[in-house]
Design a protein around this ligand. Structure first.
Ligand SMILES: Cc1cc2nc3c(=O)[nH]c(=O)nc-3n(C[C@H](O)[C@H](O)[C@H](O)COP(=O)(O)O)c2cc1C
Length: 170
């Protein structure tokens, strides 16, 4: 089975259980790389053409407005064909209760018919929030497996959880 991980992840300033910190690798990217190490999946990182602000508060506002307006922002690179893949891991940070809008820019361009989708999130309390329901809108004819939610500040201790989730669902 050939697998692909489609994910969004942001560097720069982020919030970790009460403190702000600048990071050079995003939380979701850590989980995406663990999935790659476990399954041999290819990685596709969704990047907004114009990055969100580096400072956390401004980013929060940008993401809120973008989501409220239902914007599908342009991306740096696109992926057009996923026909070679059987399993697609779809993940990102929870932004205001769902995936960041750039993820939906990409999902809206792809055909997931017949694919197996493994949804995952990193978050600071919302779990999977509504990502499974929202992914379903773009993948009505896919099999969506039960999702995995990892607290962002715990990503470096998450490998066992990721491994177990994959073992139980694939
Ligand atoms: C714009 C924005 C909105 C967020 N909204 C939520 C939220 O609704 N619920 C939640 O639990 N965490 C929220 N977070 C926290 C992130 O989901 C969490 O820090 C995540 O691990 C970041 O992943 P990343 O480093 O891969 O970008 C938000 C963070 C940002 C920057």
């Amino acid at each position: 089975m050939k697998s692909l991980v489609i994910y969004f992840s942001r560097i720069d300033e982020n919030y970790f259980g009460g403190a702000m910190r600048y990071i050079t690798k995003g939380n979701t990217e850590v989980v995406a790389e663990e999935i790659r190490d476990i399954t041999g999946a290819d990685l596709f990182k969704v990047e907004r053409k114009i990055d969100y602000a580096k400072d956390y508060r401004t980013c929060i506002e940008e993401a809120k407005i973008e989501q409220r307006n239902g914007e599908l922002p342009e991306l740096k690179n696109y992926l057009d064909d996923i026909s070679n893949y059987d399993v697609i891991f779809i993940g990102g940070p929870i932004y205001w209760g769902t995936l960041p809008q750039p993820m939906f820019t990409l999902l809206s361009r792809l055909n997931f018919d017949g694919k197996v989708i493994m949804p995952f999130s990193t978050h600071e309390g919302s779990g999977l929030a509504s990502i499974v329901r929202d992914i379903k809108k773009y993948a009505p004819n896919a099999t969506i497996k039960s999702g995995l939610a990892i607290v962002g500040s715990n990503v470096y201790q998450s490998k066992d959880k990721v491994e177990k989730w994959i073992k139980e669902n694939l």
